[in-house]
Design a protein around this ligand. Structure first.
Ligand code: NAD
Ligand code: DAU
Length: 342
């Protein structure tokens, strides 16, 4: 299989490429198209650089020339599958500046789809990685794929635009599009500005854990390897034009996640710092995964073990996150702006 993976230098994209190479070895060819924004770290996949079946291309999914070149594949023979992870992904950053979210998460998807039209009918799948945030917040029960979208922040609104643009190209032009809506991922290589890696690395360094509001917002935690397995499964078994929720079945309040991180790192509760809430903070995300499970897919991971494993990974890979938190001027400026006076 010849893959074009966009955003493969980011958290989930890099885990996905590693998953594909571990599973299919030389039978897989991967082009990794990534703009290398603040969240893109090419070295995440250093072990594949130079391999005959891998090509890294720095480029922008919103740039038609970059995208056309990426669709040529590793060796010029084209690609079978596109998996679009590339996005601006952080809600808090979308509250500071939303323009780049529209440019990448909506316009970028359009550019990728336009190029896909040129490669139809040879293209087998176009997977648009969307998010459970497009449904908005739900107090009780869980969203199904048929529920209306109600994104409530600039990030999720931009993702909803890309989500529906991909669906529109499936309906209008018959492109082999599948849309996936996953819940909160966690695991190795996650940029240390999201809840779990930020709190684990702050705890290791005895820094405050800035918990927003009352800490009772609920997220459904999905181990990144289960997410990668679900995407791989859908490439094989999904139906074009369909949308699939991918949840972990691990709904937890943020204060519980925080508590567990402190217990497992052996740090005191006094590190918790209650700070002003996120504006428009979605209270609870919850998705119904029956549709994907009815095809025969199950998440394999036990949440407690996966959290333990994740904490161990950050403890054992300090040089990776210290390079970001201690040596990236961009990260320091973001951290100061986000938490400085909070
Ligand atoms: P991330 O922020 O870690 O990585 C995003 C990657 O996209 C980076 O490597 C960045 O350089 C690249 N990128 C950004 N703009 C680009 C552009 N214009 N052109 C090319 N590359 C660009 O994100 P992530 O957490 O790995 O998320 C990956 C995808 O999964 C996103 O589409 C996100 O919306 C979706 N998603 C994430 C989660 C989660 O919990 N992390 C859950 C559901 C869905
Ligand atoms: O639900 C899927 C989404 O999950 C993805 O689409 C997004 O790309 C991904 O970033 C994630 O969004 P969240 O906003 O849920 O993730 P984040 O890690 O930023 O926050 C998780 C929860 O923790 C949320 O309720 C806000 C809270 N939080 C977060 C940070 C960074 C804090 O209390 N303090 C913090 O410092």
């Amino acid at each position: 299989m010849r893959y074009l993976v966009t955003g493969g230098a980011g958290f989930i994209g890099s885990n996905f490429i590693r998953y594909i190479f571990n599973k299919y070895g030389d039978a897989a060819q991967v082009v990794n198209l990534d703009k290398l924004t603040y969240a893109g770290i090419r070295e995440n996949l250093a072990e594949y650089e130079g391999a005959a079946n891998y090509r890294f291309q720095q480029g922008d999914i919103a740039n038609a020339e970059d995208v056309a070149r990426a669709y040529e594949g590793v060796d010029g023979s084209g690609v079978d599958v596109v998996v679009n992870f590339a996005a601006e992904t952080h809600v808090d950053r979308s509250l500071m500046e939303a323009g780049t979210f529209i440019e990448t998460d909506v316009h970028g998807v359009l550019v990728l789809l336009e190029e896909a039209r040129k490669h139809a009918p040879k293209l087998k799948r176009f997977i648009q990685i969307s998010t459970d945030e497009v449904y908005g917040s739900i107090d009780t029960g869980s969203f199904k794929e048929t529920d209306p979208l109600n994104p409530r922040n600039p990030y999720s609104a931009s993702k909803a635009g890309g989500d529906r643009m991909a669906y529109a190209y499936a309906q209008t032009y018959g492109l082999p599009v599948i849309v996936t809506r996953a819940s909160n991922n966690f695991g190795p290589w996650q940029y240390p500005e999201k809840l779990i890696p930020l709190f684990v690395t702050n705890a290791i360094d005895d820094l405050p854990l800035p918990l927003y509001g009352d800490g009772r917002n609920v997220r459904d935690w999905l181990y990144v390897e289960d997410h990668c397995a679900a995407i791989d499964f859908l490439i094989e078994h999904g139906t074009n034009s369909e949308t699939y929720n991918i949840g972990g079945g691990n709904e937890r309040e943020n204060r519980e996640i925080t508590q567990r991180i402190l217990e497992r790192t052996g740090k005191p509760d006094t590190l918790i710092k209650r700070v002003a809430d996120r504006q428009g903070h979605d209270r609870r995300y919850s998705i119904d995964m029956t549709k994907l499970e009815s095809l025969g897919f199950r998440c394999e991971t036990n949440f407690d073990e996966a959290l333990e494993k994740t904490i161990r990974w950050y403890s054992e890979n300090e040089s990776w996150w210290r390079a970001i938190k201690e040596r990236s001027a961009e990260f320091k400026a973001y951290y100061e702006k986000q938490y400085g006076t909070r």
